[in-house]
Design a protein around this ligand. Structure first.
Ligand code: IPE
Ligand code: IPE
Ligand code: MG
Length: 242
């Protein structure tokens, strides 16, 4: 680990890292356990990864926790996942707050129960002035839904005369997304060997570097995260230039 840390270029730390934490179910199934067991183990990977982000002072980290499409899973798994997520977020709220990290939750919050929704809003309110970093949790999130939502809000403004069609540019549109004022995603990490984006941050990651690893999420640790960052730092980002 010490040798690995030495390879990091602290002048080239990504501003915004987004992670598709995938493979909990397969990890558990390989061990003859329930999928729930895999989700529980995945929490340790999340904690380890957030600790690594803190050490590297990564300003924005966005985690794909539950997708819009995940509502199609059996009700039992959905209930287990939401319970687990809610319990852990509550447990770690103070730690996150002490680290001076702001929590942002993006997605269709209206799909959750009144109690959970109110608490999620409270977590955001409590941490809203924290300045050391932003931890964003994508919950019931769909990038296509986010883009449609932004389009509708813009259409309303045009309709009411508050904005004009000529006002619509990249910045204007970006300001109607959940991730308003966030920097673009520099690096997307996906575990479990799947090589797809699964409706995550389509607009924000238009120029992101993609890093795929076969490691299943419950096996992912700080070392794996550092390896992803080192891999990212070796890339030449051209943004269309030469
Ligand atoms: C990721 O693991 C967690 C969520 C999608 C909520 P999966 O549950 O997708 O695990 P696999 O991909 O079936 O192994
Ligand atoms: C993406 O993983 C969503 C999250 C990690 C929360 P999935 O396992 O749901 O994605 P697909 O079905 O493999 O595309
Ligand atoms: Mg999966």
């Amino acid at each position: 680990m010490e040798n690995l840390l030495k390879k990091i270029d602290y002048n080239n730390i990504p501003n915004h890292v987004a992670i598709i934490m995938d493979g909990n179910g397969r990890w558990a199934e390989k061990r003859g356990k329930s999928r729930k067991f895999g989700h529980e183990k995945g929490i340790y990977s999340t904690i380890d990864t957030l600790n690594a982000c803190k050490e590297l002072s990564i300003p924005y980290i966005t985690l794909y926790v539950f997708s819009h499409e995940n509502w199609n899973r059996p009700k039992k798994e959905i209930d287990e996942l939401i319970k687990l997520l809610y319990k852990n977020l509550k447990n770690y709220l103070e730690v996150i707050h002490k680290r001076n990290i702001r929590i942002i939750i993006i997605g269709e919050l209206s799909k959750f129960s009144e109690k959970i929704k109110n608490d999620l809003v409270f977590f955001m309110k409590k941490t809203k002035n924290n300045k050391s970093g932003t931890l964003t949790l994508a919950l019931s999130y769909s990038a296509k839904e986010e883009i449609i939502r932004a389009t509708k809000n813009i259409a309303k403004k045009i309709h009411s005369g508050e904005s004009k069609i000529k006002d619509i540019d990249y910045n204007f549109f970006q300001n109607h997304l959940y991730t308003k004022n966030f920097p673009d995603v520099d690096l997307i990490i996906r575990t479990s060997g799947e090589k797809r984006i699964s409706n995550f941050l389509l607009w924000q990651s238009a120029y992101a570097e993609l890093y795929f690893t076969d490691t299943l999420w419950p096996d992912f640790r700080k070392k794996d995260f550092i390896e992803a960052i080192i891999n990212y730092q070796k890339r030449k980002r051209r943004f269309g230039n030469i």
